[in-house]
Design a protein around this ligand. Structure first.
Ligand code: AMP
Ligand code: MN
Length: 276
């Protein structure tokens, strides 16, 4: 799940309250490229008897495409991890200024300031720019903001310079966590490319793939479950919740894992939370 510390719309406190309301007993906070919300999430979750897996969703690159690698069960005080995340946040800051410059050239000044105001925390992403573009009347919705301005090849597209996927896996492992390929169904890869990605991920030390996710189709579960089993990777499940008004799934509203896969939370010491 995501909070205001990245592109979610709820504070950590609101997020944990909603998790409790929805009757969910185990959650992972996985903000993009930073762990600023984890300590508070641990406190708030403990008060409500909810299991909290400290996490992060690292922006990385494999074979020229952006791949999100989730780290679960990380030690947020690990130096390698924090040094790596700081590098990504620096790139994000630079890129925000660059996106803003390109939008200004195209007649839309003030974008960085606007996006930062919406972001509310240090992490600024393209979805904050998309919201600003919508709020200022430059487009109708998030999808159009990407189609016209922010998406690959568009006016304000800045080629992403994310770290290689294997490095993201490495930092997560060094911090004691398990690396997970986030929403593999969203990268629009052919079956053989997806397998190549997962094989390389596994060789780099990756431990699981996201089999059931609020941000990918329910139909993806079967083949992703089989892929996980074939490659001896564990399976994760999550809503990828970003906020009540933001697109996809609600907290706790996710399809169960297919039979036969190993739930990643069992490898993290939360076997008691298994649903089957
Ligand atoms: P960033 O990490 O700042 O580059 O932002 C990536 C996020 O932008 C993704 O996680 C999506 O939520 C969103 N996004 C990327 N491409 C599109 C697109 N074509 N349409 C809508 N949202 C997109
Ligand atoms: Mn993601």
């Amino acid at each position: 799940m995501h909070s205001l510390h990245s592109d979610g719309s709820l504070s950590v406190e609101e997020l944990v309250a909603r998790v409790a309301e929805r009757g969910v007993r185990l959650m992972a906070l996985t903000d993009h490229d930073n762990t600023a919300g984890i300590v508070e999430a641990q406190q708030k979750a403990a008060q409500r008897g909810i299991g909290l897996i400290p996490g992060v969703e690292v922006s990385s690159e494999w074979s020229g495409i952006g791949i999100h690698i989730v780290g679960l069960g990380i030690d947020i005080h690990n130096r390698e991890l924090q040094r790596g995340l700081a590098r990504i946040m620096e790139f994000r800051d630079w890129r925000a200024a660059e996106i803003s410059r390109l939008l200004a050239v195209a007649g839309m000044p003030g974008a960085e300031e606007g996006a930062r105001r919406l972001a509310g925390s240090r992490m600024v992403g393209r979805t904050h720019f998309a919201r600003w573009l919508k709020d200022t009347g430059h487009c109708q919705d998030n999808a159009e903001a990407f189609q016209r301005w922010l998406g690959r090849g568009q006016v304000a597209y800045v080629p992403s310079d994310w770290i290689p996927m294997s490095e993201a896996v490495d930092w997560i492992r060094q911090s004691g966590g398990i690396a997970v390929v986030a929403h593999p169904g969203r990268y629009k890869l052919s079956g053989s490319r997806l397998r190549a990605l997962c094989e390389e991920f596994r060789a780099a030390g990756g431990g699981a793939i996201e089999v059931s996710s609020g941000s990918q189709g329910a139909a993806d579960r079967e083949h992703l479950g089989r892929l996980a089993q074939q490659l001896d990777l564990a399976a994760s499940l999550g809503s990828d919740f970003h906020g009540p008004e933001i697109g996809h799934a609600e907290i706790g509203q996710i399809f169960p894992l297919p039979e036969g896969v190993q739930p990643v939370w069992e490898r993290l010491g939360y076997a008691d939370f298994s649903l089957h």
